[in-house]
Design a protein around this ligand. Structure first.
Ligand code: PRP
Length: 215
């Protein structure tokens, strides 16, 4: 039995579609209910539906053998696991954003306050990459509010279409990282369940290549 941790929401549906294309029977995973564990003993697959930020945790501890999760979550959580496939969907960018007038002037503001749901990514970027110390203010959502209301000068957040920034008079100031959905595997499962997991990875990679060629 392979246990797959899915990020509740749109990524979960896309992950199931991909597994189906790769030849797996995922009908158990499509059950519309409040159940958090969906399994079909005949297919040898068990799906667990987790909050995206918890998927790397389930996989690191081996509660799930494999997971599908955004690179943003992986960067933020910094868990010990194997990242084996870039699925190419769920694409967006992790950005520093703020009022448009700060474009090109970000480095001139000393001791910036940065609002974000991603304090680890923010610290790694400002302190690790830019060698700049900033005050990180942890928020839990609607992060764009922070510079509008004077809580912080800038934010670090996900930008997908750019609509949220645009409609709030904000702009991308710098790109921190390109994000997309990834397949991650527990390090012990990779060896102990190699007979099941390695062919699954190969079939998924094949499908991703087909998808990429069609783009
Ligand atoms: C995310 C992100 C941005 C928005 C970006 O928020 O934090 O606010 O989506 O998407 P866009 O560029 O297409 O507008 P989410 O919807 O997850 O809600 P949140 O504000 O509660 O984090």
């Amino acid at each position: 039995m392979i246990t797959i941790a899915l990020s509740k929401g749109r990524l979960a549906d896309q992950a199931l579609d991909l597994l189906e294309k790769a030849g797996y029977d995922v009908s158990a995973g499509r059950e519309k209910s409040r159940k958090l564990i969906l399994e079909d003993p005949n297919t040898g697959l068990r799906f667990i539906l987790a909050k995206p930020a918890d998927v790397p945790t389930y996989v690191e501890y081996g509660a799930a053998d494999l997971g599908v999760v955004g690179k943003d979550t992986l960067l933020e959580e910094g868990r010990q696991l194997y990242e084996v496939i870039d699925l190419g969907f769920g694409k967006c960018r992790m950005c520093v954003a703020g009022p448009a007038q700060l474009k090109g002037k970000l480095d001139t503001i000393p001791n910036k306050r940065v609002g974000t749901k991603y304090p680890n990514i923010t610290r790694a970027y400002f302190e690790g990459v830019k060698k700049e110390s900033v005050e990180i203010i942890k928020l839990n959502g609607s992060v764009e509010l922070a510079p509008l209301i004077g809580l912080s000068e800038v934010i670090v957040d996900i930008v997908e279409s750019g609509r949220t920034l645009y409609e709030n008079g904000l702009d991308v100031l710098e790109t921190v990282a390109d994000i997309s959905a990834r397949v991650v595997v527990n390090r012990v499962s990779m060896t102990m369940k190699a007979d099941e997991i390695k062919p699954m990875i190969a079939k998924l990679k094949e499908q991703v290549e087909i998808m990429n060629k069609a783009d």
